[in-house]
Design a protein around this ligand. Structure first.
Ligand code: UDP
Length: 538
């Protein structure tokens, strides 16, 4: 059997006795099902029932202990896609004593990460929903190291990109179907269930039209830390030397074609005076594509999952995303959002075909490749006449599929023009810069002193020291923001100041208590925290 679990020998009788006596133990992070990840000892899985099993004994632990809220709607999301009702995780409960009547458990000695892949045949989904979240879930829990094992429970076969999943750990990932060959009752000695969503940047439109996530928590730094890991595993080394600059056209060969690709390549080469090469998933190995993209100056491609490969581009490179007729680029932004994450340092350009004569439609294809022949005539006509696909939910909108699977003859002058608007000189990669993006600490030792002149005039002198971290930094511009608020009022007077002290006299009344808020600002937009509020009485 090639699915041999491990060379690690475990004492079977000791393991069985521990399971019977201690039962299952669970402790989770996260407050609701959409941000929960659970760590288990002795979580079991019945391959016949296709259910996870929690065994209760005197020593078992279940935190959080949600009672029936565990089913409202689930304990946690098994994939990184938020609250998708096909991706929920739960277990059934049994007393540990029931083990006497059950198949003999087979113990899994490896530390396990148990998750669902979302759509393993689509490269965007592979990276965004699975690889990045798995990588960072493993970073979050130190015992999920390279010797741990991935278990994919969504029920798919390996899929087109299984080799990429294999890079994340030294052990062969196991699929749900394969668990049957291991035994009828599997017990995971130590396992983690669920996936971190902290790196995802896009929501696919299940409850509202697709778009960037509301609260993006990842930056280019974490993306590049992940791509560096992947490149090391793929044996692709970053060429530091200033070799020849070039443009990569990532082509699709099955559908959503660029009809005048040869002409496009010639035009790009001529305009930017660079070698221009094409790659496609169908014709090139993954490491070949990564090697080329990781040194490219520009990546040009039709909208589509292959564009997720811009995560391998060097800083300063340009992403050019082409959209077919009637597809509004503003409505489909997974790759724009990626390219413009803080610290990705990519330039992003979009071009859309606005010329009906340059599009080729396929009304007679199957519905999932954009065919519309199954719709009634009036609807077909409406779609064909329409100039823009209205916003819609995922995933089977026929008008969207019809338009997104068009082939396109690219209007070369208009494309070159939009690229030139963003890329003024050469589009080449730029050297890394490290100094940007550090925030100031609190200002220190803030003090105020009041003076009253007569019955109607007063002054407030406020001073403070620089944030502690400033003395170790080179910062282009340091400013201070001061808010002066009369106690009990909702409004305040804001000031931007260059020095570490200031005397306020406008609108300052005698015999009044003021609250003074001070923070430091680096380079106009890096706002630090406010120091503890100062109470100043005139
Ligand atoms: N794909 C490809 N060449 C093609 C058509 C598709 O490489 O001519 C890849 C595509 O990059 C994705 C997968 O096949 O990884 C599924 O493509 P689909 O059109 O369904 O999804 P989309 O690219 O619109 O996300």
């Amino acid at each position: 059997q090639s699915q041999e679990l491990s060379q690690v020998q475990i004492d079977y009788h000791a393991a069985l006795q521990a399971l019977v006596e201690d039962g299952t133990r669970m402790a989770c992070t996260g407050r609701i099902h959409t941000d929960r990840i659970c760590r288990f000892e002795s979580l079991c899985y019945s391959t016949e029932a296709e259910e996870f099993v929690f065994f209760h004994s005197n020593a078992s632990v279940m935190l959080p202990n949600l009672g029936s809220r565990r089913f409202q709607p689930a304990l946690l999301d098994l994939s990184s896609v938020e609250d998708h009702n096909t991706q929920y995780f739960n277990f059934v409960e049994l007393p540990a004593a029931a083990l006497k009547f059950m198949p003999k458990p087979v113990f899994v000695p490896d530390v396990a990460l148990i998750t669902n892949r979302f759509n393993p045949d689509n490269l965007m989904h592979v990276f965004h929903d699975d690889l990045l979240p798995i990588f960072y879930t493993m970073q979050q829990f130190p015992d999920l190291d390279l010797e741990s094992r991935l278990f994919f429970m969504e029920g798919w076969s390996e899929g087109l990109h299984f080799d990429l999943y294999k890079l994340l750990s030294n052990k062969q990932p196991l699929l749900r179907e394969q668990l049957k060959t291991l035994g009828r009752l599997l017990c995971f000695t130590k396992s983690y269930v669920g996936l971190s969503k902290i790196t995802t940047w896009y929501q696919y439109g299940f409850v509202q039209p697709q778009g960037p996530k509301a609260n993006i928590l990842v930056s280019g730094n974490e993306i590049r830390h992940f791509t560096k890991f992947m490149m090391e595993k793929l044996n692709v080394s970053l060429e530091e030397s200033a070799s020849e600059e070039y443009i990569v056209v990532f082509s699709r060969t099955i559908n959503r074609l660029i009809l005048n690709e040869a002409e496009l390549i010639l035009a790009l080469a001529q305009e930017f005076q660079m070698k221009t090469i094409t790659v496609s998933i169908e014709d090139h190995s993954f490491s070949h594509i990564v090697r080329l993209i990781s040194n490219a100056s520009m990546l040009v491609s039709m909208h589509g999952a292959q564009l997720v490969m811009s995560l391998f581009l060097p800083r300063g490179a340009t992403v050019v995303e082409l959209f077919p007729y009637a597809i509004n680029p503003e409505h489909y932004t997974p790759y724009k959002t990626l390219s413009t994450l803080p610290g990705m340092d990519l330039q992003y350009v979009t071009w859309q075909n606005t010329d009906r004569e340059n599009t080729v439609t396929f009304p007679d294809r199957p519905w999932d490749q954009g065919g519309i022949a199954h719709l009634d005539k009036a609807e077909q006509e409406r779609i064909i006449k329409s100039k823009e696909v209205p916003r819609h939910l995922c995933c089977r909108n026929p008008e969207w599929l019809f338009r997104v699977y068009q082939d396109t003859k690219v209007n070369i002058p208009s494309l070159i023009q939009v690229i030139r608007q963003t890329v003024k000189s050469k589009p080449g990669p730029k050297k890394q810069k490290w100094t940007s993006g550090l925030y100031p600490g609190k200002v220190r030792d803030a003090k105020c002193q009041a003076s009253v002149q007569g019955t109607s005039e007063a002054k407030l002198s406020v001073s403070w020291q620089i944030p502690w971290n400033l003395k170790y930094l080179k910062v282009r511009e340091v400013k201070y923001e001061v808010w002066i608020q009369e106690q009990g009022e909702n409004t305040y007077m804001p000031y931007i100041l260059s020095h570490q002290n200031h005397t306020f006299s406008e609108n300052i009344k005698p015999f009044t208590i003021y609250l003074v808020w001070i923070r430091c600002i680096f380079n106009k937009n890096l706002l630090g925290p406010f120091a503890d509020v100062l109470l100043c009485s005139t």
